[in-house]
Design a protein around this ligand. Structure first.
Ligand code: SAH
Ligand code: DHB
Ligand code: MG
Length: 224
C-alpha cells in the first residue's frame, strides 16, 4: 500500500486556513525559530490548537511543559490559561531558551510563563522538592529516552483529574516494533510499559498524520 504523504500536508494546509488556526504571532514564532537555526520539530498548528483546546476545556490554571524548543507549543498552551494562570516549561538548550523567551515576549505571554533552563530532570526534581501546587496539565515533549522519568515526575506533580499528554509516541509506526534499535522509540516503549502498570491513570494513544509526518500522542488522565 502506498501512502501519498503530500496529501497529509495538503489537508493540514486546508484546515489551517479553513479553521483560521495559525495567526501572525504563531507564524512569527516559527519564523524566528527557523532563522535561529532551531530544528523544525514543533507541533503542527492543528496539534497546537488541540493542546490548547484540551487545556482550556479542563479549566487548567497550572501547566507544565517538558521540552520548550522555540516556545511554539508553549504559546498554544499559555493561551489556554486564565489571566492568573501559570505555565512552567523546561528546556536544556540555552539557544532554544533565548528564542523561546523572545517569542513569548512578542506573544504577550512572558508574565504567565517561566522557563526553567537546564536538564528537565533537575528542574522537575526541584519542583517536586518545593511542594509546588499540582499541575492540571502536563505536556511531555523533550528527549524521548527520558519519557519514563518525565512520566514519573508528572505523576508526582499532578492531582486526580489532571491530564498528561506525551508527543511523538508513534514514530512512523516503529513504536509497535519490539526489536526497535531506535533509542527514542525504546524510550517511548519503556514509558508505555511503565504507564500500563499504573493503576492511577487511564490512557489512550492517538495516531496522527500531517505536516509532521506519521506520529501520535498519548493522553493519560489521573483517575479522580
Ligand atoms: N514542545 C516543542 C518542541 C520540543 S522539541 C514544540 O512543540 O513547539 C524537544 C526539546 O526538548 C528541544 O528543544 C530540546 O533541546 C529539549 N530537550 C532535549 N533534552 C532535554 C533535557 N534533558 N532537558 C530539557 N530539555 C531537553
Ligand atoms: C523529534 C522531537 C520532537 O519533539 C518532535 O515533535 C519531532 C521530532 C526528534 O527528536 O526527532
Ligand atoms: Mg514533539
Amino acid at each position: 500500500m502506498s501512502v501519498d504523504t503530500s496529501r497529509w500536508e495538503e489537508v493540514d494546509r486546508y484546515y489551517d486556513a479553513a479553521l483560521s488556526i495559525s495567526d501572525p504571532e504563531l507564524l512569527h514564532a516559527l519564523d524566528r525559530s527557523v532563522d535561529a537555526g532551531l530544528p523544525e520539530i514543533a507541533v503542527a498548528p492543528n496539534q497546537g490548537r488541540m493542546l490548547s483546546i484540551l487545556a482550556a476545556s479542563m479549566g487548567a490554571t497550572r501547566i507544565l511543559e517538558i521540552g520548550t524548543l522555540g516556545g511554539y507549543s508553549t504559546i498554544w498552551l499559555a493561551r489556554a490559561l486564565p489571566d492568573d494562570g501559570k505555565l512552567i516549561t523546561c528546556e536544556l538548550d540555552k539557544k532554544h531558551v533565548e528564542v523561546a523567551r523572545q517569542n513569548l515576549i512578542d506573544a504577550g505571554l512572558a508574565d504567565k510563563v517561566t522557563i526553567q533552563t537546564g536538564p528537565a530532570k533537575d528542574s522537575l526534581a526541584a519542583l517536586a522538592s518545593q511542594n509546588t501546587p499540582p499541575f492540571d496539565f502536563v505536556f511531555i515533549d523533550a528527549d524521548k529516552e527520558s519519557y519514563t522519568t518525565y512520566f514519573e515526575f508528572a505523576l508526582k506533580l499532578t492531582r486526580p483529574g489532571s491530564l498528561i499528554v506525551l508527543d511523538n509516541v508513534v514514530r512512523t509506526g516503529e513504536v509497535a516494533n519490539p526489536e526497535t534499535t531506535d533509542s527514542r522509540v525504546q524510550g517511548v516503549r519503556a514509558c508505555v510499559d511503565r504507564l500500563s502498570r499504573e493503576t492511577r491513570v487511564e490512557a489512550t494513544a492517538i495516531q496522527t498524520v500531517g505536516a509532521k509526518g506519521y506520529d501520535g500522542f498519548i493522553l493519560a488522565r489521573i483517575r479522580p
